[in-house]
Design a protein around this ligand. Structure first.
Ligand code: AMP
Ligand code: MG
Length: 322
């Protein structure tokens, strides 16, 4: 990626415009986090409801201090271990962060991305960037430039194309709580990794905060959704498969299904959850484009990245319990 193009993108941001930014998780729709007009444009292009706050991306400590008031010493265990990387922290916000970014909350969700192009953009722009995934509200997140263009067509803002995203699934959102950390959204960093790096207690999503009192607004029951209806297949479905019809599509983790009458995708023949996460949205997009019936999606094992992948599949099906 030429420095020229990065500078052009930084100029667009300074003018209050939007830029599609590659990150290690998914492609983001970036705007100056401290410019409420620019932030409103993000909500408008996505069709995102104003109650769903954005994640702010920072280059370094200096940018972090511009948006977050205090980072408790013990929270440093987390940032030391995972920043730059796919971990988002919910911290007390500074007054400079417009209410539009945080949906009026007193906290701000922040992360320090590791993707080299995202970092070059943050450096050239010289300030924090608010960036949700670069897709229309409620739909599948984009993990390639083509997927972004499929979402916004001619309305696509300046796009920095850096190929496929490495993790392919959103960041893990963590809230520091008394005695440990609560995962608000499972993501590219697992609960086990957080527990190991910090030695603190980790509550998984939904375990500590009941669903009727959501601490992460915007985590909706139906989200990350293809256009075709999604039906989940639980472990053991192979013993009595549902009546598949022509035009249906099938998404499976490791093993295919002989004689499936439609298009099928296997996420990881070698059984790697990391690879499955990386390929998840792309496979769903492809199935969505070719299916005329339903998309059957097999839940993956609940270890490692499993909870994060299953969270997306359940929301895609609109059957999450949260
Ligand atoms: P994304 O759509 O990937 O940009 O993720 C944004 C999500 O982060 C929102 O839907 C919220 O669930 C969560 N989030 C953002 N800001 C906050 C905050 N201040 N407190 C709790 N959760 C937040
Ligand atoms: Mg999103």
């Amino acid at each position: 990626m030429s420095q020229d193009r990065i500078e052009r993108a930084a100029d667009a941001l300074r003018a209050g415009g939007l830029v599609v930014m590659p990150t290690e998780t998914v492609y983001g729709l970036a705007a100056d986090a401290l410019d409420r007009g620019a932030v409103r444009r993000v909500f408008k292009l996505k069709g995102r409801p104003s109650f769903d706050p954005l994640i702010v991306h920072v280059l370094d400590e200096a940018q972090l201090k511009r948006v977050a008031r205090a980072v408790p010493g013990w929270v440093r265990l987390l940032t030391d271990a995972f920043w730059p990387g796919p971990l988002t922290l919910v911290l007390p916000k500074r007054a400079a962060v417009p209410a539009e970014v945080t949906s009026g909350l007193s906290t701000v969700a922040v992360r320090m991305p590791g993707h080299p192009v995202a970092r070059r953009l943050l450096r050239a722009f010289g300030g924090p960037l608010a960036a949700p995934s670069a897709n229309r509200f409620g739909r599948l997140s984009p993990t390639s430039a083509a997927a972004v263009r499929a979402e916004f067509g001619a309305a696509t803002p300046l796009l920095l194309d850096a190929g496929a995203c490495r993790h392919g699934i959103e960041s893990t959102i963590v809230r520091p709580v008394r005695g440990g950390f609560e995962i608000l959204r499972p993501g590219a960093i697992t609960a086990e990794q957080i527990a190991k790096a910090t030695g603190r207690k980790v509550w998984s999503a939904g375990a500590r905060t009941p669903a009727r009192h959501p601490e992460a607004p915007g985590l909706l029951k139906q989200h990350y959704a293809p256009r075709r209806p999604v039906r989940l297949l639980a472990a053991g479905w192979r013993a009595s498969p549902p009546p598949f019809r022509k035009g249906d599509a099938l998404l499976v983790f490791q093993l295919g299904w002989e004689g499936f009458p439609g298009v099928a995708r296997v996420l990881s023949p070698r059984g790697s959850l990391r690879q499955a996460a990386q390929k998840l949205y792309r496979a769903l997009r492809e199935l969505d484009a070719s299916a005329t019936g339903r998309i059957f999606a097999e839940l993956v094992p609940e270890r490692g990245l499993g909870p994060a992948i299953n969270d997306r599949l359940r929301r895609a099906a609109g059957t999450t319990s949260r």
